[in-house]
Design a protein around this ligand. Structure first.
Ligand code: CA
Length: 233
């Protein structure tokens, strides 16, 4: 099946040049002129890879990438950011916002093809969202394996499921009863303090890697998984 590339670029001539060149290489190319059109296109069907121009009218390319990375469905799409030479400093911001790679315009089509092939090879064989990442954590849903800074970390099955749930729902507070429902199922009758036991175990596994602070106890409410400090709650 043809790989689908979504090209987000407001300059129609550049977009078309990229389109023709990629189509010749056997890709299916979808065009978007701004962030809004890009989101509509990803909602219709997920692309295998995206090219995102830094300077877009309205929402910037970096902001678009940040939003794609925040969404569970689109966070795994490989993204190459395109930037003008004068904006090369901005590529740092772009990479921080979650782009996998960047190219300086005018883009060499040969280089573009090579980078696209490299990124697609990396993501091939995986669904776009089969690895959940957060900070230094990477949870591989196929291998059922957690890595922190590349180091494998052993988790019990319940701790694994807790972490998977947290990584899919970062930043929100969940009560013990909600966590019981989500992780153990609604028809099981388990004491709420069971949740505390497994949270404790999960924290213990994360602690040697300085990642236990992500699991925050919110007094009187429950737990949340977040990078922000729990101060003031
Ligand atoms: Ca532009």
């Amino acid at each position: 099946m043809k790989k689908r590339v979504l090209c987000v670029e407001d300059e129609a001539d550049i977009r078309q040049m990229i389109r023709f060149s990629l189509e010749r290489e056997g890709y299916e190319v979808i065009e978007a002129g701004d962030a809004g059109q890009a989101r509509t296109a990803t909602a219709e069907r997920l692309p295998d890879l995206m090219l995102v121009d830094w300077m877009l009218p309205g929402q910037s390319g970096a902001e678009l990438i940040r939003r794609l990375r925040a969404d569970e469905l689109t966070r795994g799409i490989p993204i190459i950011m395109l930037t003008a030479r004068s904006e090369e400093d901005d590529m740092i911001v772009g990479l921080e916002s979650g782009a996998d790679d960047y190219l300086v315009k005018p883009v060499s089509l040969k280089t573009l093809h090579a980078r696209i092939r490299a990124l697609l090879r990396r993501s091939d064989g995986h669904d776009v969202n089969r690895v959940l990442t957060f900070g230094l954590l990477a949870l591989d849903l196929d291998a059922h394996r957690l890595r922190i800074s590349g180091q494998p970390v052993h988790l019990g099955i319940t701790e694994y499921r807790l972490l998977e749930f947290f990584l899919k729902h970062t930043g929100r507070v969940y009560s013990r009863a909600q966590l019981l429902d989500f992780i153990w199922g609604q028809n099981t009758y388990i004491e709420e303090r069971t949740v505390d036991v497994h949270i404790l175990r999960l924290r213990k596994s994360l602690k040697p890697h300085q990642a236990d602070h992500y699991i925050q106890t919110v007094r009187g409410a429950g737990y949340r998984f977040s990078e922000e400090t729990a101060l003031g709650l």
